[in-house]
Design a protein around this ligand. Structure first.
Ligand code: 3H9
Length: 697
């Protein structure tokens, strides 16, 4: 018998336990273990009913993703599932933790399912660019009906045990998975319940068979946000087979769809992103086994947009927050915004009706920095100038308790200089959240020169606890994300002087898959901030300056690079802007030329990659995949393109280096010269992925 699974017998109940940490993924060994042990239970004449359960923190979390792309090893999952489904003795899945992907498919092949109350059940394959490949698209619609099945399979989000119970996906909610399932199993035998095989039960498909719009409407609602992605549409087709075709035929077509996606570039990129995200949580250069500090309470300084959003993220995760302002009025305003925000989410059904009150109760609003005294982690989110930050940190040093981690949410300032204001630079680091902070998943954790390893571990683990994706970066102007973005911004602006229009540049960027182009983003952020800072520094940017002089500050004034209809955020191209650009160029004696979309794409993306190469060479990011994580979760880089560094590898570094050198010459811009690391890799025919772990950030 296999080591990862075993069979125990409690008189008539055979208990098959899978134990393959960390998440009981369906590796070849686990598949074999299930098959052998279920067969042994079937063969044992004493056993009348079989319970399938898992050891450790979770039920099976899916196929073993690390096996994808390698030659398949027997037994195939579908063969394991048909052995379960065809068992002459009832098989009951006992679910705790998460039953995901292939894990839920195993459970769906069982005759009955029970789960603990905090269990989650889902088919998240689309998030890896796949569709369920072991009957999930055929059995789940038969278990819960096509509408919920579409939501779970095409949307990829799991449901909780209560919803699963209501929908008929599980029979009972139990206390302990194995003991609860065993009691349920005895009932099945005592009551002589039939072997429920989902494959043979079309009752929940009847309505959609009669009126296919039930299905197509559900698909249309879910795929609204699937722009550019292949998997959700292929997954929807597969659910359609459940409605239109006999089970075996549907299963065959599902398998074909799965295999096609498995070799697709999109799925490869999405699987890369899955592991990149987990890799980013492993901090380069920190001694193994370093433990984080305990964080029971967080203090956040500043109840503005950033501070409020950060506070919400902590309260969402059940962590108490002391929210500190300089005056009652600002505090009240900040608290009001949070409350409204949660109430709006509750009204949409996004969180339970009592959640806003519960979360507000976790936030203790206070005036005065002395109130940081009970906090284990302090996050400063005040005005973005060095003088203000220094003053705050000087005071924090006075009031914060010994050992508290002191973080700044600065988006570009030097953390070393901030840390130097305290007598405890080992406790100081950056936690750079992205706006809106309660929504965006990225948190750049900035490691300063003297940051202690355990302070760093604390920041990374607390970020994960509040459902953020942390990426550790080093100190430099703009850290990883904004430093790369600045290069894109610079080229975007230059393109306007050469002949492109804002809408042309933005269209290329959004067609690539980014949620917004640089000019629509400028309008959203407000153009006046940059204008003022240019004036302070005596710098000119004639087109942007002319827009601001004409009162076009972006969305807030209803016009910027675009015009906006009242109450709408949709950017509309504005002939007045084209005129303004023409006039500005005429004044400067410049002529517009036709700029191709190809050039725009190259000049938007390649300079960022070039900057990424510099960031790696300087050790600001430890791994190319960390840079990808920053872009995926902080800037909406399309997941099916894996991240800028991954994408660069797929384009070819030699091509990118050549094009950069070409544009450097053509547009007389030395900043576009290929970075030494990019050039070296290009010359050697290598990729970013080939880099061994770089210098620790
Ligand atoms: C599928 O099932 C296809 C089938 O339909 C068809 C087959 C024919 N495989 O996330 P964590 C590792 S597709 C391999 O940090 P958490 C992970 O890399 C699959 N490894 O923990 C990490 O390793 P390390 C559908 C996996 O508690 C460690 O486990 N299923 C897998 O925050 C801990 O992970 C999914 O998409 C895997 N399937 O979250 C579920 N899963 O420590 C994917 C995890 O070395 N998994 N690992 O970095 C998840 O969503 C989360 O891992 C889970 C736990 C919620 C389970």
């Amino acid at each position: 018998m296999s080591e990862v699974a075993k069979l125990d017998r409690h008189d008539i109940v055979g208990i098959v336990t899978i134990d393959s940490p960390p998440v009981n993924a369906l590796s070849a060994a686990v598949r074999g273990g299930i098959l052998d042990n279920v067969k042994a239970a079937i063969a044992d004449p004493e056993i009348k009913v079989i319970v399938l359960t898992c050891g450790g923190r979770t039920f099976i979390a899916g196929a073993d993703i690390t096996e994808f792309g390698k030659p398949p090893k027997p037994p195939a999952l579908n063969d394991v599932l048909s052995t379960i489904e065809n068992s002459p003795k009832p098989v009951i899945a006992a679910i705790h933790g998460t039953a995901l992907g292939g894990g839920l498919e195993v459970a769906l092949a069982c005759h009955y399912r029970v789960a603990t109350k905090d269990a989650k059940l889902g088919l998240p394959e689309v998030k890896l660019g796949l569709l369920p490949g072991a009957g999930g698209t055929q059995r789940l619609p038969r278990a819960v009906g096509p509408e919920l099945a579409v939501k779970m399979i095409v949307g990829g989000d799991p449901i909780g045990a209560a919803e699963a119970h209501k929908a008929g996906l599980i029979e009972e909610i139990v206390e302990g998975p194995a003991s609860g399932a065993e009691a349920f199993a005895r009932k099945v035998v005592a009551e002589n319940r039939p072997l429920r095989k989902l494959r043979d039960d079309d009752s929940k498909l009847a309505a959609a068979k009669a009126d296919r719009s039930i299905f197509t409407n559900a698909v249309a609602a879910i795929t609204k946000k699937s722009r550019g992605l292949e998997a959700p549409f292929a997954a929807a087709d597969a659910v359609g087979y459940a409605i239109d075709l006999p089970f075996d035929e549907g299963l065959k077509r599902e398998r074909e769809g799965f295999l096609k996606l498995l070799t697709s570039d999109q799925s490869k990129a999405q699987r890369y992103a899955f592991f990149a995200e987990r890799e980013a949580a492993k901090i380069a250069g920190v001694p193994e086994g370093t433990k984080g500090r305990k964080v029971d309470r967080v203090a956040i300084i500043g109840a503005g947009t950033m501070g409020g959003g950060i506070a919400m993220s902590f309260a969402n995760a059940g962590i108490p927050v002391t929210l500190i302002e300089t005056a009652e009025e600002q505090l009240k305003r900040g608290m009001g915004v949070m409350q409204k925000n949660w109430e709006a989410t509750a009204a949409r059904g996004g969180i339970p009706a009592d959640a806003p009150a519960k979360r507000m109760a976790l936030i203790d609003g206070k005036v005065g920095l002395e109130h940081v005294k009970d906090a284990d982690l302090v996050i400063e989110a005040v005005f973005e100038t060095m003088a203000v930050k220094k003053e705050v940190f000087g005071k924090l040093d006075q009031y914060a308790k010994p050992g508290a981690v002191l973080a700044s949410n600065t988006s570009y300032l030097n953390i070393d200089a901030i840390a130097a204001e305290t007598s405890r630079p080992q406790d100081v680091l950056g936690m750079h959240f992205f706006s809106p902070a309660n929504v965006m998943k990225l948190c750049e954790i900035v490691r300063a020169e003297k940051t202690a390893p355990d302070a760093l571990v604390t920041a990374v683990s607390i970020a994960r606890k509040i459902a953020k994706v942390p990426a550790v970066v080093g100190v430099c102007d703009g850290f990883v994300g904004n430093r790369m973005l600045a290069q894109r911004g610079k080229q975007a602006e230059k393109l306007l002087f050469e002949g492109a229009l804002p809408q042309q540049v933005d269209a290329v960027v959004t067609k690539f898959g980014m949620p917004m182009g640089p000019f629509a983003m400028g309008d959203l952020a407000g153009l006046d901030i940059g204008w003022r800072s240019r004036k302070d520094r005596g710098i000119k940017s004639e087109i942007a300056d002319a827009l601001c002089e004409a009162g076009r500050f972006g969305q807030k004034t209803g016009k910027g690079y675009y015009k906006y209809e009242a109450g709408s955020r949709a950017p509309l191209p504005d002939p007045d802007v084209e005129k303004l650009i023409d006039e500005t160029l005429a004044k400067l004696g410049l002529k517009r030329r036709a700029v191709s979309d190809e050039e725009i794409l190259e000049r938007m993306m390649y300079p960022m990659i070039n900057e990424g190469a510099k960031i790696l060479a300087e050790g600001i990011a430890a791994r190319p995949s960390d840079i990808d994580v920053v872009w995926l979760y902080g800037y909406g880089w399309p997941i099916y393109r894996g991240g800028p560094m991954y994408w660069a590898d797929s384009v070819g570094l030699k091509h990118i280096a050549e094009r950069l050198a070409f544009y450097a010459k053509e547009t007389n811009d030395p900043s576009l010269e290929p970075a030494p690391l990019l050039k070296k890799l290009a010359d050697e025919g290598k990729t970013f992925a080939s880099l061994a772990q770089g210098k620790a950030a």
